[in-house]
Design a protein around this ligand. Sequence first.
Ligand code: SF4
Length: 481
Amino acid sequence: MQETKKVALVFLPSDSGVDGARSLYAEKDSNTLFSWFNSSMRSLIKRSQFAIPPLALMILASIEVEGIEQSICDMRFEEFPFSEKWDMVGISVQTGMAKKAFALADTLRSKGVPVALGGAHVTLFADSCRPHADVLVHGEADDLWKEVLTDLKKGSLKPIYRSENFPDLAVSRPVSKRSLDISRYFTTNLIQTGRGCQHNCDFCNVHVLNGHTLRRRAVSDIVAEVTRFQQDDRRIFFFVDDSINADPLYALELFRQLTPLKIRWFGQATTTLGQQHELLETFARSGCQALLVGIESIEAKSRSAHKKNQNKAGELVKAIQSIRSAGISLYGSFIYGLDGDTLDTPAAILDFVSQTGLDVPGINILRPIPGTQVFERLKEEGRLLFDPLDITAFRYTFGQEMLYRPKNISLDEFVESYSTLTRKVFTIKNSIARGLAAPGAKPAVLLFNLFYTHLYSLSRHDLHCQQEKKFMEKTILPSAE
Ligand code: SF4
């Protein structure tokens, strides 16, 4: 009888984020009170479990090929089990974590374990991944992975598997949770109803990776998945689509059919929902508790400079009020430092937050991700603070370092004004007040606000450390100031 082949699918932690916030500089002054507080908060946060499972790996682990056994190694929670015998290891490579992925791949290959690399970074920068892999999986892997596993079984792996077209999501591909340790996560009820985005925001790579056409799964498949998922985890559902209301007729039908299942759910939407009255009511009735909306900017100049055109700044306040009145809490995500922003922008954001009563304001710094239009533009304009030729130099953090020079604000002024803004928005008192005032998911809103109070203190600490080093730690470009 043929021996079962074992495949591990690996998810790597980012340098810092909501599922594992850490200071980029604390280790260097490990005796300080700040460092002690930081590590205590980190273990508290870990216990609070903001982490959600890696859905892309759940999808791959659900693909069955006889004679192949797949498991997920989520390195946010565990070390890679080198002592076990692996027939292949697949690593999901994101641009902010490419260095770690390559280091792990190199170690595994030096021990004779074949490595398959896939994910956004491979799709965008295949050449930089090739020296670290036996197999590259280029593009959305839903259809390719079965071919890879079948070839592994036959002993005939190819160096590259490329998806020429985006997979048709209307084809039924049930997702299973059997490879997950359910107790580790905030929730394991992750659902994706479709992929692609018809918009073109220049700081985003969703439309680059998944195309401009919305591709949808069958409503009946989603209803069946929700019914199945409910059986082993009664916690909140999270619809991970970038915009769950992008196709209003589809969303209306889906959430009407989900209403009898009595779930509670979070999702991501555009503020256009405030004008989609029937859909808004259906969302509320189907158990929607909170939504993340990408406001990005309330400055008209910034919105047009970064092609964020899908909802007009003037309509935002009314739309947000209308969504909150339906009993849905809102996480509003801003980016400060866009090309139309000035030193007056923080005051405008503060006004906006208090006028709308946003339940969780997330105030980010622009991250010029390699592969996006904004990365190319800032590279041309000589405004990046990391080596544009070394795409692995980019890393994800939570507002903790400057990766570019803002257009109208000096770096020093930016750090001071950003720090003052986050200090005003995130106090313990404001966090409790927002938690109490939230129209839905009060405990989650309170926890998130308190967590952000900590995260933005990390941001201020790290930005000031970077400022003390004159922003040079990652800089290769001559200082323009
Ligand atoms: S930011 Fe949102 S709306 Fe803009 S392109 Fe990305 S996914 Fe689409």
